[in-house]
Design a binder for this molecule. Structure first.
Ligand code: NAD
Length: 489
């Protein structure tokens, strides 16, 4: 580890942040954070118990009335200052993410830009929450519709985008006037801890944001979710955990937002611009080493261009540099842990056994860290597990199709519905695909769709609610309708 890296790691707070104070876990336990490129422990942070979780919720509940009553403009300015501070520290935040998560530094910088935009966007949205006033149709009264913060929120984030998943939830919650407890993934808590220190510098009042890091997520989270004082749960993570949390949330009919797993189809028609399609494929598949909910999982390619598409992506994939994310030119860092490597190994093994042709990669890389080769498979047979499970790794699986109806049937043949990608130069065909594909988002001749100004979210088992866009702040607001008498009556 370089001096720059160890100096940066030493600046990251290692405590829980509760009611404006940094403090150790009550039982004095810590959890180790590792660099997946080397397996080395880079930092120990507090390992919260259920008692710490309860204290964090107490703090969020206590801080709520004053924060809800804080003028929107002040809340907006806090977020804007945080945005500016993040720009000033972008190199530190990017390096920290690479160290704890493994993504290439250039991509980590991209995540700082993307994650920061939620602070800027919701600083702008905070002051634009509107109500309505008007006569009822009978003319006998006046109807007032007003918006109110839902209350204390619990935010649970995954390891794959440690900054953006936190800002995508914290920024709209604070903009709406809610207070929060945030629980980052145990594999990547450092970015959230660093970011919350930055919010503190921006002038965050005590108790408005509380952070608990823990190795026992289930035991710490369940009592918080079941506490009647909690008013909102926002979760980003896997569909099985999301389902479990929805069951827990049902007891108090808790407001929930669920950003869950995906199984994105990437459809290439024979009328596509193949250069654009290949560029889009590389971004949609290999960004974040394939560990994105929006990662293209199944490449459905029109038979007349399937071979040429496979040839071109294989050439590009063979040129990808593998290594620690801090090294120059690296495009493929380590997977997050050994489980992820084992999953890629099993899925590729199953596909090959069922007749898929291996065009590149196909193996875990021996030695330090948890690396898997970027891989291309063509002619993947129906029934292969790789077509039904979220790969979450750098494996590009190609399935040929013969006509548009078959493409639609294959694309929709999944319980997930987060995002789809379609490449065609035929406008009417593109429009038909918008209407026919069952996903909450679509990239039409684009391999990346994420934007703070857009409503991000899925259909089917991919989730509930939207983050970002005009919709994002409404996840943290509740509507009240009031009827008043006709003032002239
Ligand atoms: P995960 O479900 O294992 O964990 C997500 C978070 O939930 C982590 O903070 C984890 O500690 C916590 N958690 C795990 N079990 C819990 C429990 N019983 N109670 C409370 N909290 C619990 O998912 P992951 O492996 O961290 O992330 C990968 C998954 O996230 C993928 O399925 C991916 O598609 C999904 N994801 C979705 C989006 C989206 O916006 N739709 C974005 C990023 C990731």
């Amino acid at each position: 580890m370089s001096n720059r890296e160890s100096d940066l790691l030493a600046t990251v707070p290692d405590g829980l942040f509760i009611g404006g104070q940094w403090r150790p876990a009550t039982e004095g336990k810590t959890l180790a954070v590792r660099d997946p490129a080397t397996g080395d422990v880079v930092r120990q942070v507090a390992d919260a118990s259920p008692a710490d979780g309860a204290a964090a919720l107490d703090a969020a509940v206590a801080a709520f009335p004053a924060w809800a009553a804080t003028p929107a403009r002040e809340r907006a300015e806090l977020l804007r200052r945080a945005f500016d501070l993040l720009q000033a520290r972008k190199e530190d935040v990017a390096l920290l993410m690479t160290l704890e998560m493994g993504k290439p530094l250039t991509e980590a910088r991209g995540e700082v830009a993307y994650g920061g935009e939620f602070l800027r966007w919701f600083s702008e949205e905070a002051a634009h929450v509107q109500g309505r006033y008007g006569a009822n149709p009978e003319g006998t009264g006046r109807m007032i519709v007003s918006q109110h913060p839902v209350g204390p929120c619990f935010l649970i984030t995954p390891w794959n985008f440690p900054l953006a998943m936190a800002t995508r939830k914290i920024a709209p919650a604070l903009a709406a006037g809610c207070t929060v407890v945030i629980k980052p993934a145990e594999l990547t808590p450092l970015t959230t801890l660093y970011f919350v220190r930055l919010l503190e510098e921006a002038g965050l009042p005590a108790g408005v944001v509380n952070v608990i890091t823990t190795s026992t997520s289930g035991a710490v989270s369940e009592p918080i979710i079941r506490d009647p004082r909690l008013r909102k749960l926002s979760f980003t993570g896997s569909t099985p955990v999301g389902k479990k949390l929805l069951e827990q949330a049902a007891g108090n009919v808790l407001r929930t937002s669920m950003e869950l797993g995906g199984n994105a189809p990437f459809v290439v028609f024979d009328d596509a611009d193949l250069d654009k399609a290949v560029d889009g494929a590389m971004a949609a598949k290999f960004r974040n080493i394939g560990q994105a909910c929006t990662a293209a999982n199944r490449f459905l390619v029109h038979r007349p261009v399937a071979e040429e598409f496979a040839r071109r992506v294989t050439e590009r994939v063979r040129a990808l540099k593998i290594g620690r994310g801090t090294e120059d030119g690296v495009a493929i860092g380590p997977l997050i842990d050994q489980r992820a490597v084992d999953k890629a190994t099993t899925l590729v093994g199953d596909a090959v056994e069922r007749g898929a042709v291996l065009l590149a990669g196909g193996s875990a890389i021996e030695g330090e860290g948890t690396f898997y080769e970027p891989t291309v498979l063509s002619d993947v047979a129906a029934g292969s597990s790789i077509l039904h499970e979220e790969i979450f790794g750098p494996v590009l699986a190609i399935v040929p199709f013969d006509d548009e109806d078959e493409a639609v049937r294959l694309a929709n043949d999944t319980e997930f519905g987060l995002v789809s990608y379609v490449f065609t130069e035929n406008l009417a065909r593109g429009q038909r695909m918008i209407e026919r594909l069952e996903t909450g988002m679509m990239g039409l001749n684009m391999g990346v769709v994420s934007n703070a100004a857009a409503p991000f979210g899925g259909w089917k088992l991919s989730g509930l609610g939207r983050e970002g866009g005009d919709e994002g702040i409404h996840e943290y607001l509740q509507t009240k309708y009031t009827l008043t008498p006709d003032p002239f009556g």
